[in-house]
Design a protein around this ligand. Structure first.
Ligand SMILES: NC(=O)c1ccc[n+]([C@@H]2O[C@H](COP(=O)([O-])OP(=O)(O)OC[C@H]3O[C@@H](n4cnc5c(N)ncnc54)[C@H](O)[C@@H]3O)[C@@H](O)[C@H]2O)c1
Length: 337
């Protein structure tokens, strides 16, 4: 079988993609790109057998490369995806896919013209063993009917906003950058669809810094089943990085905790101890979805994070950002038809 050749753009989290590609026996990373002279110089020393470049076009237009990882700053994703599609490359893009609805529609329409190309995104919480167990419980209806789901993306790394690239690029969205992980979890866990959202935001934590957008957004989601969701993204919280998740079913309640277990309640009686859900959290590394993505290329199947998933999740995120900016509730306009 011909080995797939991969190139990676952006060597922050992108460096973790190398291990992901190499977990697949029929895939090898051949090229890395970073426009920071320091990063590309380091890469030359660390990976002397790979092609190292500073201009993403050298990877995107290289006819020997079959698949690209796009792990550049968010504002470059759209243009790099478009070039990758034009040059017939499969794409593993860091979240978010892109920053504007018009860009997402553009990508969607280009992908329709090239249905053989696979695309996936790094919504890595899907591989968290604790959440996988919960999905099984929800599917088997062990929690009864889920009527309320609550997720907070508590970033706990304010300096990445106020000092790093997120505060320097023309537009950064806390919802697309962080909240997206919780939106993904909610849709995947419940297999439900969001109809409408309302949301508010503020930027009190990052006030006076170069970070231009809201660092705190709280949103309410109405799902098709009648379930209600609350998703908050809290970039400035004084707390370590944590994905707070509470799921309320008619028969059970789950709550994620800072301990090495989550709590699973099956009684309203405070004398009855909740069960400890000891499956690992987060329990997955950043490149762990990639082996499945490469498999999906060989098998011509959808990867774990499918094309539809990517567009559906982002469609909900676009509605939340719109709701914050218009102070009105917004119906989700699903891009993927
Ligand atoms: N899936 C996740 O859990 C996760 C976690 C962190 C970051 N991310 C995403 O990964 C992307 C990168 O974030 P990061 O945290 O790795 O940032 P980072 O600053 O640590 O690394 C990004 C690297 O990419 C390089 N770069 C940026 N734009 C480039 C371009 N156009 N051409 C060449 N090199 C470029 C930068 O020089 C930098 O070295 C973002 O889209 C971010 O949202 C995803």
């Amino acid at each position: 079988m011909k080995k797939l050749k991969a190139g990676i753009i952006g060597l922050g989290v992108g460096e973790a993609h190398i291990k992901g590609y190499h977990k697949h026996p029929n895939c090898e990373v051949v090229a890395l790109c970073d426009f920071s002279p320091e990063k590309s110089e380091n890469a030359k020393n660390k990976y002397p057998h790979l092609k190292i470049c500073s201009n993403a076009d050298e990877i995107l237009t290289d006819p020997t490369i079959d698949v690209v990882s796009i792990a550049s700053f968010d504002n470059y994703h759209h243009e790099q995806i478009v070039k990758a599609i034009e040059n017939n490359k499969h794409i593993f893009v860091e979240k978010p896919l892109c920053l504007f609805e018009s860009e997402a529609i553009d990508i969607y329409e280009r992908l329709i013209q090239k249905p053989h190309l696979k695309i996936s995104s790094n919504l890595i919480l899907r591989l968290t063993p604790r959440f996988i167990l919960l999905k099984e419980k929800i599917q088997k209806q062990e929690m009864g009917k889920v009527y309320y789901i609550e997720g907070d993306y508590n970033f706990g790394r304010l300096q990445k906003m106020t000092e790093g690239w997120r505060g320097k690029i023309p537009f950064y969205s806390a919802v697309y950058g962080g909240g997206i992980h919780l939106i993904d979890l909610m849709l995947w866990l419940t297999h439900d669809r969001v109809k409408e959202v309302s949301a508010v935001g503020n930027k009190i934590c990052s006030e006076g810094s170069s970070f231009k957008n809201n660092d705190m957004v709280a949103s309410l989601l109405t799902f098709e089943s009648g379930m209600i969701g609350k998703m908050a993204v809290n970039l400035g919280c004084v707390q370590p990085h944590f994905h707070n998740l509470n799921i309320y079913g008619t028969e059970a309640t789950f709550t994620n905790t800072f301990q090495d277990y989550g709590l699973y309640y099956t009684s309203r009686d405070k004398e009855i101890e909740p069960k400890k859900v000891k499956e690992a959290y987060p329990g997955a590394e950043k490149g762990d979805l990639i082996c499945n993505f490469v498999d999906s290329i060989f098998a011509d199947q959808e990867p774990i994070i499918s094309k539809k998933d990517i567009f559906d999740i982002l469609s909900v995120c676009f509605a939340i950002e719109k709701a914050v900016n218009t102070s009105q509730s917004v119906k989700v306009n699903y891009i993927y038809k």
